[in-house]
Design a protein around this ligand. Structure first.
Ligand code: GDP
Ligand code: IMO
Ligand code: MG
Length: 426
């Protein structure tokens, strides 16, 4: 398939990184199409375990070109740290390129994110404090700086002054010291020297590669339930993780996208605030999932909120993304549980039930409607390498998810390592 997108189907951390790593070896390009270093995409392979923040999860295949796409916000300082870490593990990074049109995430974006989050409980969103919201705000307000600007110092200086003046007004509002643009120029020189050789303009490079029939894997960050337009606004990220945006962020035409793989964790987790109807709080089931699934944020280390699979949200997300395939991850984490639940509807306070995700003020009030499914406490899925080797109760659970989502399950993973997954052939 020339163009495939891999996107999160829940609230993030579904295992997108490991899915991209599994398919990247056969691709000409892997392109991260949105987000910034708020991502934590875990890849476990022969080089070790990596928590990738900005670098596409195809980096481990030297023949696969990796691009941080135009839809991303790039913090050059943390990217350089990430590259050092990857290279120290013996992985070459000559195959990494950056779109010259991607936004530069500046040190003041991080300061502003932290200041916004520090306003007290009523205003907090629970962000990763990586500066993502302020960087995308500057992009939309058309005062953002792009990586390619590093090669145009006069252009950059003029625009930096405007951007910094704006940031300083906001920082002053929060009682924070002002940023000095002259200090930033030192960093620009360093970033240009260290990253400049990786910059490409996706026009014409991606256009020509597409016309030649090269293959592309478009890697999403976060997930549809945190989509700026369709997620639990305002408890969302500041970009669009849905596949619809993938061609925009990558620099491809919309009809290029032939396959959309939704990565679905066998249960639900979220970090950050906002509604998640199947959240089990701190009950026995939640603690089981957190401990057996090691559900702590890859970027911030925060304990993830855990709960049962939400098939209402999944069905909506499958629709919005146009999923052609589902990849189920972390099925092994359910090994040992005697009973499982799937949320199949939401009840509103007036007693009516609905089959879609309503807007946030109403979403905060819904009660999940569950159906129960038997677990497979006497069996394990972790050794399974085919559908036939799964316990019958696990097959029944997955069949039901497939039915509720209306999309075929094509991959199942039962452990974090590269070989701990299989393609479904029934
Ligand atoms: P991403 O952000 O969507 O790439 O997902 P994360 O890397 O943040 O979170 C997924 C976590 O689950 C990582 O620690 C992975 O190593 C781990 N993981 C992925 N797939 C599986 C699986 O099938 N079983 C288990 N036990 N762990 C998995
Ligand atoms: P990956 O790609 C899980 C959450 C934050 C917060 C909201 C907004 O690894 O799945 P932001 O920093 O983007 O302004 O925060 O989104 N969030 C994530 N949750 N996984 C991530 O990335 C996340 N990136 C952001 O917790 O609720
Ligand atoms: Mg993650």
């Amino acid at each position: 398939m020339p163009v495939t997108a891999i996107v999160g189907a829940q609230w993030g951390d579904e295992g997108k990184g490991r899915m991209v790593d599994a398919l990247a070896g056969n691709m000409d390009w892997v392109i991260r199409f949105q987000g910034g270093d708020n991502a934590g995409h875990t890849v476990v392979n022969q080089f070790g375990e990596f928590k990738l923040h900005l670098v596409p999860s195809g980096i481990f295949f030297p023949q696969t070109k990796c691009l941080i796409g135009t839809g991303c916000v790039v913090n050059p300082a943390t990217l350089l740290e990430e590259l050092e870490h990857i290279e120290a593990a013996g992985v070459g990074t000559d195959n990494l390129f950056l779109s010259s049109r991607a936004q530069m995430l500046m040190p003041y974006h991080r300061l502003l994110d932290a200041a916004h989050e520090g306003r007290g409980k009523g205003s907090m969103l629970g962000t990763t404090k990586r500066g993502i919201g302020p960087a995308y705000s500057d992009k939309s307000a058309r005062r953002g700086l792009r990586l390619g600007d590093l090669f145009h110092p006069d252009w950059l200086e003029e625009r930096l002054e405007k951007a910094v003046a704006f940031a300083n007004r906001e920082l002053a509002h929060y009682g924070q010291p002002a940023v000095n643009p002259a200090d930033l120029f030192e960093q620009f020189r360093l970033w240009r020297d260290k990253l400049g050789h990786r910059l490409i303009d996706p026009l014409p490079v991606i256009r020509d590669a597409y016309r030649q029939g090269q293959s592309f894997l478009l890697e999403g960050q976060l997930a549809a339930m945190r989509d700026l337009d369709w997620g639990t606004y305002p408890y969302v990220t500041s970009s669009n993780p849905t596949a619809t945006f993938a061609p925009v962020g990558a620099g491809l035409p919309p009809q290029a996208l032939e396959r959309v793989i939704g990565v679905v964790k066998a249960y639900t987790t979220a970090v950050g605030l906002g509604p998640m109807p199947t959240d089990q709080g701190e009950n026995e089931a939640a603690l089981w999932l957190r401990e057996h699934g090691h559900e702590y944020g890859a970027t911030t280390g925060r304990p993830r909120r855990c709960g049962w699979l939400d098939a209402v949200a999944l069905q909506v997300v499958a629709y919005l993304n146009g999923f052609t395939d589902i990849a189920i991850t972390k099925l092994d984490v359910l090994d040992g549980l005697p009973q499982l639940k799937i949320c199949t509807g939401y009840r509103l306070p007036d007693g009516r039930s609905i089959d879609y995700v309503p807007d946030t003020p109403l979403y905060e009030t819904v009660e999940p409607i569950y159906e129960s499914w038997p677990g497979w406490p006497a069996n394990s899925t972790s050794q399974a390498r085919s559908w036939a080797e799964l316990p019958a109760a696990a097959q029944a659970y997955l069949n039901r998810i497939e039915e509720l989502a209306g999309v075929p399950i094509r991959f199942v993973s039962v452990g974090p390592a590269r070989d701990e997954m299989f393609e479904v052939n029934r």
